[in-house]
Write a protein that binds this ligand. Structure first.
Ligand code: NAD
Ligand code: WQD
Length: 339
């Protein structure tokens, strides 16, 4: 299959490229490197031993997208490109709507012009807001509490509208829970700019000595140990789900959402303990107040993805921590500072 991947140089994109190339598909990547670096794609090339097309282009540039899609003629698109920091989205809502929503409209127009009717879209568990019940099924009410989450909801709704309007259109809407971990080679991983917002890269940077301590945001939640509980999923498991979703788009119609999680809640303290074991390092931490907008618990019912995509997460918490530690310890400053 010919697969166009937007945002392929990013954290989830690089790991997905490795799986998609490994499955034998032809790949063309579009990225503007606003949150990634060319070195990430070089490593994908080296690890996969495969070549792929790449265009530096911005999702806000409809003309460029139309040109590249008409040229490559994809059978399907995997759409990662977008901005993803919740706090930043509150400060800069227009940038989020422009990159995420307008960028997706541009992509969908370009797909139409290139006669491509299949898309795999990166949505997020954030579309469930503060959950009414656990584990969260795909039928849980949708809501969001910040512009980032609303941009995902708007895109999901556009995809459902398109599927209603065009019976040939197919969208696999993948709602990721908390992606963590790295490729087993230690060559690709998460490389956030500045101070990490997310727990796992923060723990990893503390373990490697880049930061002093982890701030635990809240230890008075109604959870077994008082700290926040999430459904962490290994990025390689997540990447494999995209290959399954690509196959699914070739034999189905309509827009369908799938939860991608392990189905198990892990607390902040459990994650710190598991990482300390996997790395053999001390992880100093201090208890801080709750972070605004955080919820106590969030974990998936991933059974639909297993039943309909034939996909199930396989890597456990130890594997998540070990691979993340390999990446972090072998690339303490990320991609641009080679050991
Ligand atoms: P990332 O920032 O590492 O990757 C996104 C990639 O898209 C980057 O390479 C960036 O340069 C590119 N990009 C962004 N805006 C662009 C634009 N306007 N034009 C061209 N390229 C652009 O993020 P990620 O963690 O790999 O996430 C990928 C997708 O998954 C995003 O849509 C994100 O919202 C979604 N998601 C991520 C998480 C998570 O925790 N990482 C959870 C749920 C959903
Ligand atoms: C996990 C837990 C924190 C950092 C976010 C987005 C979500 C999705 C994934 C894109 C929580 C605690 C964190 C720290 C801490 N992204 N924590 N100290 O908030 O579940 O989800 O990323 O779609 O939309 O909101 O992930 O990793 O930030 O937090 O104690 O330094 O770790 O309070 O309980 P979150 P996270």
């Amino acid at each position: 299959m010919r697969v166009l991947i937007t945002g392929g140089a990013g954290y989830i994109g690089t790991h997905t490229m490795l799986e998609v190339l490994g499955a034998g598909h032809e790949v063309c990547v579009i990225d503007n490197f606003c949150n990634s670096v060319p070195e990430a794609l070089e490593r994908v090339k080296a690890l996969s031993n495969r070549s792929f097309a790449f265009h530096k282009a911005d999702m806000r540039d409809r003309e460029a997208l139309t040109h590249h899609l008409q040229d490559f003629k994809p059978d399907a698109v995997i759409h990662f490109a977008g901005l993803k920091a919740v706090g930043e989205s509150v400060e800069m809502p227009l940038e989020y709507y422009e990159n995420n929503v307008q960028g997706t409209i541009n992509l969908l127009q370009a797909m139409k012009a290139a006669d491509c009717t299949s898309i795999v879209f990166s949505s997020s568990a954030t579309v469930y807001g503060n959950p009414d019940f656990l584990p969260i099924t795909e039928d849980h009410p949708l809501r969001s509490t910040n512009p980032y989450g609303r941009s995902k909801l708007h895109i999901e709704e556009m995809l459902r509208d398109l599927a209603t309007a065009n019976p040939d259109f197919t969208a696999a809407i993948l709602r990721y829970f908390n992606p963590v971990g790295a490729h087993e080679s230690g060559r690709t991983g998460e490389d956030p700019n500045g101070i990490p917002n997310n727990l796992m890269p923060m723990i990893a940077q503390v373990a490697v000595g880049r930061r002093e301590q982890v701030r635990v945001f809240g230890n008075d939640y109604d959870t077994p140990d008082g700290t926040g509980v999430r459904d962490y999923i290994h990025v390689v498991d997540l990447a494999k789900a995209h290959v399954a979703a690509l196959d699914w788009t070739q034999s189905h119609q309509g827009a369908r959402a799938f939860n991608l999680g392990v189905g198990q809640g892990v607390s902040v303290m459990e994650m710190i303990d598991a990482f300390a074991k996997a790395s053999g390092r001390d992880i100093p931490f201090r208890n801080d107040p709750r972070r605004e907008g955080d919820i106590a618990q969030c974990y998936a019912d991933p059974s639909r993805a297993e039943a309909e995509l034939g996909w199930k997460a396989a890597i456990d918490l130890t594997g998540m921590c070990e691979t993340c530690w390999r990446w972090q310890s072998e690339n303490p400053l990320g991609y641009n500072a080679k050991p």
